[in-house]
Design a protein around this ligand. Structure first.
Ligand code: ATP
Ligand code: MG
Length: 284
């Protein structure tokens, strides 16, 4: 064997070892759900954080894997910016956020908030594999995975590394361009054989705080129409609320800070539908 074949062989063995470890770690996690979208900025990370908090408030042990390598935003939204991951003999420990939510993000490994990650696909796949194998997630009821927009390297890596994933949640906004990209996200999940938990229509109308009138900023009903057309469950609409953005920036979970708002109520109804989906799945 020449040295090049030897190093390829070493690499293969290393990856096999990691994948064995990954299997052991993942067996301790009852449910795994990824949050995807065709388009950027539609609220995936916001949905991930608020659903994680909803599950955690209801007694579930929850983890979040921030698989957005280039634009990690979960730590900031949960007030964990600047945290570092602790290393012990069994592996690397997640950071602990509100309600005991265990969080892992590339952000915890960067020298500062402004450092970009400049990586191609294979490196991103390696990082995600490491997040799933080296992190001591422990026993969890639910791992939510926040992904970057589109159907690129990160969602593909997750689909390959977690073939037993419970499903994906697709987030969209109601406008027409967004509906077209929803079709791509649905077809992506179908091509990879990932169950679709359902579609969420975020930024769906704005309720005027003064007069209560509803203003459809990005049109309305597109997500539900698309869900019907593609025969996918519709999980609900979350109205625009400026406090969603303010709370994200302050690192406070919106559904806790503004629990009586219509948007929080929408989140809680969506939480119940996802809980039902996961319970049904467990019975099968
Ligand atoms: N329902 C809402 N009402 C008001 N603001 C919202 C709502 N949902 C999300 N936002 C705001 O919109 C912006 C984009 O949301 P977020 O970062 O969650 O989207 P994303 O899909 O994760 O984006 P990216 O594609 O960049 O990962 C954030 O500033 C967030 O606070
Ligand atoms: Mg995001």
């Amino acid at each position: 064997m020449n040295s090049e074949t030897e190093s390829l062989e070493d690499e293969r063995k290393f990856i096999e070892g990691q994948e064995r470890l990954l299997k052991i770690r993942m067996e301790k996690i009852r449910h795994k759900v990824a949050v995807i979208s065709g388009k950027g900025g539609v609220g995936k990370s916001t949905v991930t954080v608020n659903l994680a908090v909803a599950f955690a408030m209801n007694g579930y042990r929850v983890g979040i894997l921030d698989a957005d390598i280039h634009g990690p935003s979960i730590p900031k939204m949960l007030g964990l910016s600047g945290n570092r991951l602790e290393v012990g003999p069994p592996g690397v420990f997640p950071a602990i956020g509100p309600f005991g939510i265990r969080v892992v993000s590339i952000d915890f490994l960067l020298p500062n908030e402004e450092s970009p990650v400049i990586w191609r696909g294979p490196l991103k796949m390696a990082a995600i594999r490491q997040f799933l194998s080296d992190i001591v997630w422990g026993e969890l009821d639910l791992l939510l995975i926040d992904l970057p927009p589109g159907t690129g390297d990160e969602p593909l890596s997750i689909a390959q590394l977690l073939p037993d994933m419970d499903g994906v949640i697709i987030v969209t906004i109601p406008s027409e361009v967004s509906q077209l990209v929803v079709k791509k996200a649905v077809n992506f999940a179908r091509t990879l054989g990932l169950p679709i938990v359902g579609i969420i229509e975020n930024m769906s109308g704005f309720l005027c705080p003064n007069c209560g009138a509803r203003i459809d900023i990005f049109q309305s009903g597109g997500g539900e129409r698309m869900a019907k057309e593609m025969s996918v469950p519709f999980l609900g609409r979350i109205p625009v609320d400026p406090r969603v953005c303010e709370d994200s920036d302050r690192g406070k979970p919106f559904i806790v800070e503004c629990k009586d708002s219509p948007s929080s109520k929408a989140f809680m109804e969506i939480f119940k539908k996802i809980e039902d989906f996961l319970n049904q799945k467990e019975k099968r």
